[in-house]
Ligand binder design. Structure first.
Ligand code: NDP
Length: 245
């Protein structure tokens, strides 16, 4: 039987794609969840759907690049439910482009959301988990955390960084806190919509034809959470069977 029921899970970037699918699945399994993202209208409709099926959910507007907002988000989970079992650092952006295009603002945004956002989640959750003596971080990397391809240098760099941070945290976390890296291959979501470079967008459109549903990643996340407290699923790559990359 799953031990997900009753666990308190905070999910960043839950307004679409993988975060949304994960929120839905965890709520179905009886987790008490808190969802955050900038598009609160999307969070509202997801929360309404979850509540109509008897699920427990709170929501809050969240920009993960703002440390104070992240702190408030994690505090909301802790105050509402009295503990935090899992923080899923899922929010991410992927405006791909060749380095030559010098889209420096997009580089900065990827660094801020994909790296700083994860660090803010860790900074907000770790003191609470230490005090409790239990907890789990699940950080979203990518197949781009293992290889680099043209137009994806900065995105991959952010995901290599997430992988390094996650492994370092796992080593330092000791016996109480579990740390998991989830690296999806191409997954149906809104991720590629932030690409402003026309050529990179075309290439991605072709590349993303072979994909898996966001629910596939949600199931992997559930697997990592439902293991016993002494079992740490440290790293998972989940990709389309037909994918070469
Ligand atoms: P989506 O674009 O569908 O979801 C991204 C989520 O991140 C949205 O909910 C968005 O919400 C949120 N987000 C973006 N910026 C911020 C911010 N500043 N503060 C808070 N939330 C933010 O894409 P996915 O579901 O695919 O992405 C989820 C994760 O999976 C990302 O980390 C991505 O890099 C990773 N991934 C996805 C793959 C795929 O093929 N889909 C492959 C490999 C990794 P809002 O805009 O409302 O703030």
């Amino acid at each position: 039987m799953s031990n997900i029921a009753g666990k308190v899970v905070a999910i960043t970037g839950a307004s679409s794609g993988i975060g949304e699918a994960t929120a839905r699945l965890l709520a179905q399994k009886g987790a008490r969840i808190v969802i955050g993202a900038r598009r609160t209208d999307k969070l509202e409709s997801l929360a309404a759907e979850i509540r109509s099926e008897g699920g427990l959910v709170e929501l809050q507007s969240l920009d993960v690049t703002d440390r104070n907002q992240m702190e408030a988000f994690i505090q909301l989970a802790n105050k509402t439910y009295g503990q935090i079992d899992v923080v899923i650092n899922n929010a991410g952006v992927m405006p791909l482009s060749p380095i030559e295009a010098l889209k420096v603002e997009e580089w900065d945004r990827m660094i801020d959301v994909n790296i700083r956002g994860v660090l803010h989640g860790i900074a907000a959750g770790l003191p609470i988990m230490r005090k409790q003596g239990f907890g789990q971080f699940i950080n979203m990397a990518s197949i781009g955390a293992y290889t680099v391809s043209p137009t994806a240098a900065v995105y991959c760099a952010t995901k290599f960084a997430v992988r390094a941070i996650t492994e370092g945290l796992r080593q330092e976390a000791g016996g109480d806190i579990r740390v998991t890296l989830v690296s999806p291959g191409v997954t149906e979501s809104e991720l590629a919509e932030s690409i402003s470079d026309e050529e990179a967008r075309q290439v991605m459109n072709d590349f993303r034809r072979v994909s898996i549903p966001a629910a596939a990643i949600a199931r992997a996340i559930v697997y990592a959470i439902e293991q016993p407290a002494d079992v740490d699923v440290s790293e998972m790559i989940v990709r389309p069977t037909a994918s070469l990359f």
